[in-house]
Design a protein around this ligand. Sequence first.
Ligand code: NAD
Ligand code: MG
Length: 330
Amino acid sequence: MKLFYDNDADLNVLKDKTVAVLGYGSQGHAHALNLHESGVSVIVGLRSDSSTRDKVKKDGLNVYDTADAVSKADIVMVLLPDEKQKDVYEKDILPNLQPGNILAFAHGFNIHFNQIAPPREIGVFMVAPKGPGHLVRRVYTQGAGVPCLFAIHQDPDGNLRDVALAYAKGVGGTRAGVIETTFEEETESDLFGEQAVLCGGATELVNTGFEVLVNAGYKPEIAYFECLHELKLIVDLMYEGGIAGMYHSVSDTAEYGGMTSGPKVINADTRKRMEEILENIQNGSFAREWILENKAGRASHEALRRKHSRLPIEKIGGELRNMMSWIKKD
Ligand code: NAD
Ligand code: MG
């Protein structure tokens, strides 16, 4: 697999271009400030009633209403919540795009699932940092970068890879290495990861372990520490040294017990259900469900949030985390 580094990208490609970053949240502030400090001409687009406007100005950037920012820009990077992008695209972006303009994303959902279908004469690329915005910003200020993915969806002028790589360089990505992907691969793997492993899988694993211990008569405080709190230590070890690095650092008892019991928890049946989850992502069922859920005012989503908020592990966790002075209360 080819990795792209600083030498593979030329910021001069962006020299006479204005980049409008729409949204100033997690990704938006990091892209805008990193590009600005890389010498790229950046403006920020926000809603006229956005409370973030003052923050953008304090950070030294010019801020406009979304539609005006699009009009002024050559490249429009859409860093709004994914489920709001279609409406903003139809109302503020599409009417203000000129032929030759370029539209960019940090996640492929709306392009891949046809929620946004830009005209043929508009180039469309993705640069997706593989980390949250605050990390993208902090690592850049330290002189390094967070690895990025990039992808080309449509390229009417035939030079979009150079533009995308220059953009990735501007946010710091080529300092660490940039990988080429497709909108399809990025979108489907991202959804699968968050559903099966990261958000869905990990939380159910933690909560089920907690409930098994508590139902067997162990103190909820002890169960919380064992099943949730200590997960961070294990994840940090895997993050730094892979699965082998983690097993090297824990006791031999933990290693042996983990290796023998793990496959009983996650077995062939679990694998089959993971494959079904992937299939529902690939065939568009999940996207359709989530788009309709948003159109319907998110009744199911709110009900799920309420159900989750009432879990015993959340109550005991809130109390225990109050004892932990080092955990930021936000
Ligand atoms: P965010 O929620 O942190 O920020 C969204 C911004 O959009 C905020 O400034 C908000 O005020 C603004 N906004 C909300 N609704 C708006 C509207 N209707 N009109 C105009 N502005 C509006 O979002 P984020 O996490 O930065 O995600 C942005 C994009 O980056 C998404 O496509 C996401 O998938 C992608 N992404 C996020 C991460 C991450 O770690 N957060 C990582 C990679 C890619
Ligand atoms: Mg992701």
